[in-house]
Design a protein around this ligand. Structure first.
Ligand SMILES: CC(C)(COP(=O)(O)OP(=O)(O)OC[C@H]1O[C@@H](n2cnc3c(N)ncnc32)[C@H](O)[C@@H]1OP(=O)(O)O)[C@@H](O)C(=O)NCCC(=O)NCCS
Length: 217
């Protein structure tokens, strides 16, 4: 199961409405999305929620088809209920979970229209968001530390043995230099870093020997 994610810091100088190009909304959003924005009493967080849905869907689409480009209006967002959206695109559809506070908004996307249930016995989708501990810290490094720790914990592996590398810019998860059957997406913006990952179940619940753990590919 492929995942994509995105986070936007609502108070970052580049997110502020006055920082946006006059034609930003026209370039990025479909006419239906712009109507939803105009009708909203909270256009600022909604604008970036729609954006996060598009970008997180793009990250999944790009994994499915390396030729996909991020043309935001091609990723059409339909809000379908509290914290949920569907993004349509020729590589989709995509199911999106939306999250947010007064400080940030974020999205986690999987392919298909139905969300993965939290107790799904087949696929686990995990995600997290954290504020950077130290201003000026390297967000790429920080998000990898958080993601590594979360994946290692879930897969019952020592964090030190889990590594995040990149395949054409897309993060991949390694255990002792072998690919784990985990899909990972990372995002960072302003003061926040976020990660989302999915894993197929391991054949055994106890990998204490760790000789053939976690269905390493
Ligand atoms: C992927 C992309 C959307 C990231 O956007 P962003 O808002 O700058 O960054 P985010 O923080 O949300 O995500 C960055 C992370 O996404 C991951 N990433 C990079 N390229 C990726 C891709 N193609 N697919 C999935 N994930 C990707 C990386 O882990 C990266 O983190 P890192 O910089 O620490 O390695 C952007 O880099 C990109 O590829 N844009 C598309 C360009 C394009 O198609 N242009 C055509 C328009 S005409």
């Amino acid at each position: 199961m492929l995942v994509g994610n995105d986070v936007v810091d609502l108070h970052d100088p580049e997110s502020r409405p006055e920082a946006l190009h006059d034609r930003f909304d026209v370039r990025v959003f479909t006419s239906d999305e712009r109507e939803t924005l105009s009708a909203s009493a909270s256009a600022h967080p909604l604008r970036w929620t729609l954006w996060a849905a598009k970008e997180s869907a793009y990250k999944v689409a790009k994994k499915l088809d390396p030729a996909v480009r991020f043309l935001p209006r091609d990723f059409v967002v339909r809000l379908i209920g509290e914290g949920r959206a569907v993004v349509t695109h020729e590589a989709g559809p995509f199911n999106v979970r939306l999250y947010g506070t007064d400080e940030w908004v974020g999205a986690v996307t999987t392919r298909g229209v139905a969300p993965v249930a939290a107790d799904d016995p087949v696929t686990h989708v995990g995600s997290g968001i954290e504020r950077l501990g130290v201003p000026g810290a390297d967000p790429s490094q920080a998000v990898r530390e958080f993601a590594r720790a979360a994946i290692a914990l879930r897969m019952n592996l020592p964090t030190g043995e889990v590594r995040i590398a990149a395949d054409r810019g897309i993060p991949v998860v390694l255990w002792r230099d072998r690919r784990l059957p985990v899909d990972l997406s990372l995002s960072h913006h302003g003061r926040f870093v976020a990660w989302a990952w999915s894993a197929q179940p391991t054949p055994r619940s106890d990998h204490s020997s760790r000789e053939s753990p976690a269905t390493a590919a």
